[in-house]
Design a protein around this ligand. Structure first.
Ligand SMILES: [Ca+2]
Ligand SMILES: [Ca+2]
Length: 264
């Protein structure tokens, strides 16, 4: 049964007290009926109004939730990226900066300034040189170098020849006070090889005058070993002579300088 009808019945059985009351009853009935209709209409309007207001609010709320979720996801991704970046420290190439523990040590800035030579050896260009004070044959001279972890000098550059030629000027006491170097053609005449087995580079030859001449006046076997030096010096670095290997001379030994700490 509809609620409006119930309200109508309740009003109908109210006892009238006068004509004026009847009129009032009718008015009441009419008013109540209208009132109930209005209430019903209000209820319906309220219901429909509530339904029409909730839908946009829900949509806005839903949109906000979606935006918030997206923001949280983006924030999480950013955090993970930052974490991976900070957990992998970069390996700086700055030589003076200590590398992070996870990085390999800096490549040894090879201690060219810290290369050391033993007492009695002169450093030059990463090598150590010893200028002997005693004289012996070429073979014995070489053996004395090898016994000290070196060999007769091999001249690899014009710069090295310049250094040695200049150095000998101060060491030679007389014209014949020359020094053996590690060059020989004892295996095959005219084929000059250094003690390390490499052939002589003709562009880095410093023969003086008509040398090598393999002169046999002193030894019939000729001259298969090389000595160097001019007491008064040379203007063109040329001061090599071939000489009999049995002649006694001083010698120049050479070996690589050893890296060492501390630098002093
Ligand atoms: Ca050399
Ligand atoms: Ca000669």
């Amino acid at each position: 049964m509809p609620e409006v009808d119930v309200t109508y019945a309740d009003v109908k059985f109210t006892t009238p007290k006068s004509r004026g009351d009847v009129a009032a009853e009718d008015v009441t009935y009419s008013e109540v009926k209208i009132s109930n209709k209005q209430q019903s209409a209000n209820i319906q309007q309220s219901g429909s109004s509530r339904r029409s207001k909730v839908t946009p609010e829900c949509l806005v709320l839903l949109a906000l939730v979606v935006l918030l979720a997206a923001a949280l996801i983006a924030l999480g991704v950013t955090y993970i990226k930052l974490g991976s970046t900070t957990s992998a420290p970069t390996c700086s190439s700055c030589p003076s900066c200590p590398p992070p523990p996870s990085c390999p040590p800096h490549p040894a800035v090879e201690d060219l300034t810290c290369l050391k030579c033993e007492p009695g050896w002169e450093p030059h260009g990463g090598n150590c040189y010893n200028f002997s004070t005693t004289k012996s044959s070429w073979n014995d001279s070489r053996s004395s170098c090898v016994d000290r972890g070196s060999d007769l000098v091999k001249i690899d550059s014009r710069e090295e020849q310049t250094f040695l030629e200049s150095r000998l000027r101060g060491l030679m006491k007389e014209h014949e006070d020359k020094f053996w170097i590690g060059l020989t053609d004892s295996v095959e005449e005219g084929k000059w090889f250094w003690v390390d087995g490499s052939a002589l580079d003709k562009s880095l030859s410093f023969w003086i005058g008509k040398e090598p001449d393999d002169w046999k006046g002193e030894n019939s076997a000729g001259e298969d070993c090389v000595r160097m030096g001019e007491k008064g010096g040379t203007h063109d670095l040329k001061c090599w002579f071939d000489q009999s290997c049995n002649v006694f001379h001083k010698c120049i030994c050479e070996k690589p300088a050893a890296p060492g700490y501390p630098c002093v």
